[in-house]
Design a protein around this ligand. Sequence first.
Ligand code: FAD
Length: 374
Amino acid sequence: MTDENLIAGVHQFVAREIAPAASQVDRDRAFPDGHWRKLCDFGLAGLTLPTGSGGLAADTGTLLAAAEAVAGGCASTAWALLAHLTVCSGIAALGTAEQKARYLPQLASGQRMGGTLAGTETGGGSNPGSIKTTATPQDDGWELNGSKFFITQAGAGDVYLVLARTDTAPGPQSLSCFIVDKDDPGLRFGEREATMGLHGVQVREVFFDHCRLPADRLLGQVGGAMALLGAVSSVAVLGVSAAALGIAQAALDTTLAYLKQRTVLGQPLASHPAVQAQVAQLVQEATGARAWLAWGQQQMAQGIQGPPVPLWLTKVSVTEAASRVVDKCLGLHGAVGYSQALPLERMHRDLRAFSIHWGNNDVLMDMAGKAALA
Ligand SMILES: Cc1cc2nc3c(=O)[nH]c(=O)nc-3n(C[C@H](O)[C@H](O)[C@H](O)COP(=O)(O)OP(=O)(O)OC[C@H]3O[C@@H](n4cnc5c(N)ncnc54)[C@H](O)[C@@H]3O)c2cc1C
């Protein structure tokens, strides 16, 4: 059951603290001082964590509504928050009692910020089989060697979940997950990428040069990467879809208000039948995306057997509908839609990343097609 009181509070918090900072975040390519602290003081850093760890124990519906609300105010903030919550979810689901006690209270309070799940490598991020980073057992733990590419909040986050190869055999059972701290010896961050959007988020390469980890940094089982991906999917697939919907809904709300007040040749834009038809299409797209999200959430609650095709289809359907909505909303503003004076062009740039990461949309469709034909 979605916690309606909490969500009403999140909407007020976003309107007061997050949305007003969004264009500054975009311009400065940084979150303003105290931004993360505000999210933490509100409780969002521990949103999905159990109360025993200092979290709010939000269920999936509440998580999705919160992600939508935050992204509607500032996509960069939502992306960074979901990256943090991905780390939280992974440790909460698969961590040992000792790992949970060591990491979760600090992540919930925001004293430590989660970076994200680091999987992608330069050899082809869309295929986990291309992961070459190795984790070699040592007498006293593990040694990581290799690199990751385009990693969200790399250098900004304090804790990362890193996928590495523990076996040379092909297939996902050769990949394991490790908890890596920012100050672990042998961990190094590259130059920040100059990204198209999501300017508040730092994206960098990450290098592991004989990076030594104690034995208790293995998260889950050896070869347990797939269990990890399953454990984080409510945040990393549905949460990201909800965030994309939040951006689209904000664009739609802005556009409806604009069309009602803009007049061209003495006629309100809203009175043109062709504009009305476009608005109907926008409402249809946004409603369809919301229905997809609800369906994905329902499928997940019922338990998905085999490959998570419903989650893949949900992510692709919602993020692509959101992209179409934002693009059309931008167009309905005419020239000012293309201007940095309004949020549409920022939303357009920010949203593009949602189809590329958290499961590449083309790859998800490829896998969904193969699963249907199996
Ligand atoms: C802003 C941003 C943040 C990111 N943050 C992270 C992060 O925190 N952690 C992380 O691990 N990764 C992160 N990534 C990387 C992202 O997950 C990868 O870019 C993505 O998986 C695609 O990998 P690639 O870039 O190597 O593309 P490639 O593997 O080179 O693929 C290029 C394109 O080819 C097409 N393609 C490839 N394979 C197939 C297929 N089987 N079927 C159909 N089409 C296919 C797709 O269109 C794909 O986009 C981030 C990316 C961005 C843009």
